[in-house]
Design a protein around this ligand. Sequence first.
Ligand code: ATR
Length: 489
Amino acid sequence: MTAERNGDQLAQIGVVGMAVMGSNLARNFASKGHTVAIYNRSPEKTRSVVEEFGAEGDFLPAETIEDFVASLQRPRKAVIMVQAGAATDAVIAQLVEAMDDGDIIIDGGNSLFTDTIRREREVAAAGRHFVGAGISGGEEGALRGPSIMPGGPVESWETLGPLLEDIAAKVDGTPCVTHIGPDGAGHFVKMVHNGIEYADMQVIGEAYHLLRYAAGLDPAEIADIFTEWNKGDLDSYLIEITAEVLRQVDARTGKPFIDIIVDAAGQKGTGRWTVKEALDLGVPTTAIGEAVFARALSSALAQREAAQATTLPSGKTQTWETLGVDKQSFIEDVRRALYASKLVAYAQGFDEINAGSQEHNWDIKPGDLARIWRGGCIIRAKFLDRITEAYENDPQLPSLLLDPYFKGELDKGLVDSWRRVVVAATQLGLPVPVFASSLSYYDSLRAQRLPAALIQGQRDFFGAHTYRRVDMEGTFHTTWSGEREELSY
Ligand code: ATR
């Protein structure tokens, strides 16, 4: 327990951790007229924030956690922006010790939602409130307006909401923040958001790859195509920066910048978490899964080199010339295949959010999420307005693909283009893991019969796992090794 600083001005909010994200978030609060208490384990970082940015607003620097806590207005509100994992646990323990009942600890890092659930339980047992908040938008977002996904108790949201609304990105005057749900809901949603981001980046990558290595366009030409696409249905931050990256020329060599980057994609883990969780929930997030695996395969450099050195046979592939397609119509087909695959990725991501919400009783409103992702975050896009509308029209929508607007889009020739692109890529021997698997997912979803019937037959044969019949209720088993009688249970 800590007493207030006597006679001093107190801060409305505090930020612990003055690395890039933390200092930018503190500057964002200060720029909105809030007095911000700041603290970092090593005091030099705190001092340099004051030196460099002190003129931007009112900062109350502290060199001990006790001083930091003492400089906060009650109920005290402190956002932790330190490394996820042990560092976050250490800072939570210090804050719990120094704070009083009813004070609010906010974890703004990329924490795993199950850690958030555990932390909330522990912090609540000590009488303090805990809010796990996903914050998206990187450094720039933290400074100028991120998309914020806070979980935790609703009472905390009432106190914290106005402050977070002040610093969040705004789209049409609406702040990109809302209370997502109890305990780990915010970090869960942030996790799936990042998973969707992996898939979105991968489908853009596949489109680029086809335009480059099927249609033979150069990076600058492809940049112009992405700029054009950015004016339509695909209008999004990721398409915009794709054009920037493709237009960039390497200063050292004069080559296209894209050609001097090693083609091995890194990952920090949130995509992997999304897929692991999807497996546990039994939700087929194939697009996110393929995107995570595509990054893993790209980084398996030794294996790729060995495969190239032994020249694994390609089979009889076509060339662009033998394929004989018109370039302009191919470009349009690729745009549509990208759009359709992206739609599948988002539909699957929202399915995972709905399943997680049900599993944990979070009561997440999917339309609200699409709304707060329209600004600040990496997947911000015009497309999200449509997703919000889809869930507003029908909160129980079984799949985004079944929303009348999106179904109408698919009806406008999207599916034909998608098939042509996947066939062409296959004939050319070019990999399109998300385009192709999303099309298979789509065809599976619409299929009248799936080979799952055969799998049930096999399972009953070797393991007496039983099956259900299409023509009567009940559970059945055939005595495969005996008379092949059917037993019912
Ligand atoms: P970013 O990605 O924003 O650059 P990060 O690497 O996620 O930052 O986190 C770095 C921050 O975590 C730093 O503020 C660091 O404090 P120091 O400057 O003292 O290193 C903080 N941090 C890491 N471990 C910590 C711990 N055990 N206790 C307190 N703060 C810690």
